[in-house]
Design a protein around this ligand. Structure first.
Ligand SMILES: Cc1cc2nc3c(=O)[nH]c(=O)nc-3n(C[C@H](O)[C@H](O)[C@H](O)COP(=O)(O)O)c2cc1C
Ligand code: SF4
Length: 448
C-alpha cells in the first residue's frame, strides 16, 4: 500500500544527518562542543544585532517547533504567552523528569549533548527576559546529573551562563534540580510545586504558568528536547527546520523504540517517518521474525494501534490523529503477535494507579478500579460486562480532573479494549456462569 501521508520520500531518511545527537566523540565535553560550533548561536543571539528577544521568539514560531514533552504544543506560541517584564523574577523550567513508560530520549541528550540543552536554555531565557532556569531532572539519572553539573560549571567559567553572559547585559542562572522519582513531577504545575519544596500536587489551571508559575511568578516550561532544538533553529534558520519532516509538525525527533524489536534504542530522524520504516528498517524488525501485533506510538498513555492500523501512518500529530492515536513523546513500544494484551494493560493500569497523586477523586479511585478490574479479567475472573464498566469508568475520569494523568490512565484502557476486544472477551467468564457463593464464614464477616 502506498503511504497515505508519508512525509519522508521513500528511503530519503537514510541520508539524514543527525543534529541533536551527532556522532561526535566526547561531545558532552565543553571543548569538543565548542570545537564543533557549540555556543555560536548563543553568541550570535546575545551579541549580534539581528536577534532581539522578539526576533528569537518569532524565528522559533516560524520554525514550527512543537513541544517534545507530550502535548506537541507550539513552542514559539507558548513563549509569547509570557507577560511583559515588570522588574520581578521570571522563570524557565526545563523538564527532564522523563518518567512516562517507553520514554527515554531526554536522557540521551543530557548524557551525550548537554551543552546543546544548556545553550537552548540560555537562548530561550534571553528571548523571554528570564534570569533563572531550573533544569528538573529525574533523580534516577544520577550519573548524568553529576556529569551535567561538571559541564555546567565549565559553562559558567566560560561565561555562557551566569552574570553578564559573554560580556553582555544579559544574566541568567541555571540550576540543576534532582527529582525524587515520581511520574507526576513531570506534569508542569506539579513540577513547580516540587521545586518550591512542596508536595507535588498539580495546580488547577487557569491561572497558567505564564501568569502564575514558580513562586507565583511568570514561568515557561519546556521539555529538554524542545529546548535542544532552539540553537539549531537560530544557527540554520527557521526554514531549514520547517522543511524537515512533516509540514505541520516539523524538525528532527528522537524516536525511542522499545519492545519486541531486534534493535531497540533512541534514533534521530525527522518527524513524519513511516511507523513501518521505523520498525522494519531502523529497529531491524520484530524479534524471531514474528509479526507485529500492536504499536504504542508515543509513550504508554497514547492509544495502541493494531498491526492492521499502521500501514501508511507517519509519526507526526496529523497522521497519528487520523490513525486514532497521538505522537506523545515518540517513545514507540512495539508488541509482537504473542503479546498478551490483557497482561500488558494490567501492567499499564498498575503504573497509573501507583503514580496518581490522589488529589482528585476520579483519578485516585478510578485508577485503582481500572487496575482491579483489569486484574480480575487477567486472572480469568472477569465478566464481559466488566468491559462496559471499564469504558464507563474511563468516561468518569477523562477531562474531569486537575491534571491529565487521569486521561493518560484512561486512554490505554479505553483503546486497548476497543481494539483488542476479542482477546478481552475470551479471558472473561461467560456471563451465564454463576458467581460462586461466598463461604458462610465470609458472609457473616461481611454482615458484621
Ligand atoms: C502526568 C504527566 C507527566 C508528565 N511528564 C512529563 C515529563 O516527564 N517530561 C516532559 O517534558 N513533559 C511531561 N509532561 C508534560 C508537561 O506537563 C508539559 O506539557 C511539558 O513539559 C511542556 O513542554 P513542551 O511544550 O516543550 O513539550 C507530563 C504531563 C503529565 C500530565
Ligand atoms: S488527575 Fe490524578 S494525578 Fe492529576 S491531580 Fe488529579 S489525582 Fe493527581
Amino acid at each position: 500500500m502506498e503511504a497515505k501521508t508519508a512525509k519522508t520520500k521513500a528511503g530519503e531518511w537514510r541520508k539524514y544527518e543527525r543534529v541533536l545527537l551527532p556522532p561526535i566523540k566526547d561531545l558532552h565535553r565543553i571543548d569538543v562542543y565548542e570545537a564543533n560550533g557549540g555556543y555560536k548561536a548563543l553568541k550570535d543571539a546575545i551579541k549580534g544585532e539581528k536577534w532581539t528577544p522578539t526576533a528569537v521568539t518569532d524565528e522559533v514560531k516560524a520554525s514550527g517547533l512543537r513541544g517534545r514533552g507530550g502535548a506537541s504544543f507550539g513552542c514559539g506560541l507558548k513563549w509569547s504567552f509570557m507577560p511583559k517584564p515588570d522588574g520581578g523574577p521570571r522563570y524557565l523550567c526545563c523538564n527532564g523528569d522523563e518518567s512516562e513508560p517507553g520514554t527515554f530520549k531526554d536522557r540521551q541528550l543530557m548524557e551525550y549533548n548537554p551543552h546543546l540543552v544548556f545553550e537552548g536554555i540560555m537562548i530561550a531565557c534571553y528571548a523571554m527576559s528570564i534570569s533563572t532556569c531550573y533544569l528538573y531532572v529525574r533523580g534516577e539519572y544520577a550519573d548524568w546529573i553529576d556529569q551535567m553539573e561538571t559541564e555546567l560549571a565549565k559553562a559558567y567559567a566560560k561565561g555562557y551562563v551566569g552574570k553578564n553572559i559573554l560580556g553582555s547585559d544579559f544574566s541568567c542562572e541555571l540550576i540543576i534540580h534532582k527529582g525524587a522519582g515520581a511520574y507526576i513531577c513531570g506534569e508542569e504545575t506539579s513540577l513547580m510545586e516540587s521545586l518550591e519544596g512542596k508536595r507535588a500536587y498539580p495546580r488547577i489551571k487557569p491561572p497558567f504558568p505564564a501568569q502564575y508559575g514558580v513562586f507565583g511568578r511568570p514561568t515557561t516550561i519546556n521539555n529538554v528536547e524542545t529546548l535542544a532544538c532552539v540553537p539549531l533553529i537560530l544557527e540554520r534558520g527557521a526554514s531549514w527546520y520547517a522543511g524537515l519532516g512533516a509540514a505541520k509538525h516539523p524538525g528532527p525527533v528522537l524516536y525511542g523504540i522499545s519492545g519486541h524489536v531486534n534493535r531497540p534504542g533512541v534514533y534521530e530522524y525527522p518527524t513524519g517517518m513511516l511507523i513501518t520504516d521505523l520498525i522494519e528498517e531502523v529497529a531491524r524488525g520484530v524479534r524471531g521474525g514474528k509479526k507485529v501485533k500492536a504499536v504504542v506510538p508515543g509513550g504508554s498513555s497514547t492509544p495502541p494501534l493494531r498491526a492492521d492500523m499502521i500501514d501508511g501512518v507517519t509519526m507526526d500529530v496529523e497522521s497519528l490523529r487520523e490513525a486514532g492515536s497521538m505522537m506523545g513523546t515518540a517513545g514507540m513500544l512495539v508488541m509482537d503477535e504473542d503479546t498478551d494484551m490483557v497482561s500488558w494493560l494490567r501492567r499499564v493500569t498498575h503504573f497509573y494507579h501507583h503514580e496518581s497523586c490522589g488529589q482528585c477523586t476520579p483519578c485516585r479511585e478510578g485508577t485503582g478500579w481500572l487496575e482491579d478490574i483489569v486484574s480480575r479479567i487477567e486472572r480469568g475472573e472477569g465478566r464481559v460486562r466488566d468491559l462496559d464498566l471499564l469504558a464507563d469508568l474511563c468516561s468518569q475520569m477523562e477531562g474531569r480532573t486537575v491534571c491529565a494523568l487521569a486521561d493518560a490512565a484512561a486512554w490505554p484502557v479505553r483503546y486497548t479494549i476497543d481494539r483488542f476486544r476479542d482477546e478481552f472477551v475470551a479471558r472473561c467468564r461467560p456471563s451465564h456462569v454463576a458467581v460462586p457463593a461466598l463461604p458462610e464464614s465470609e458472609l457473616e464477616e461481611a454482615e458484621t
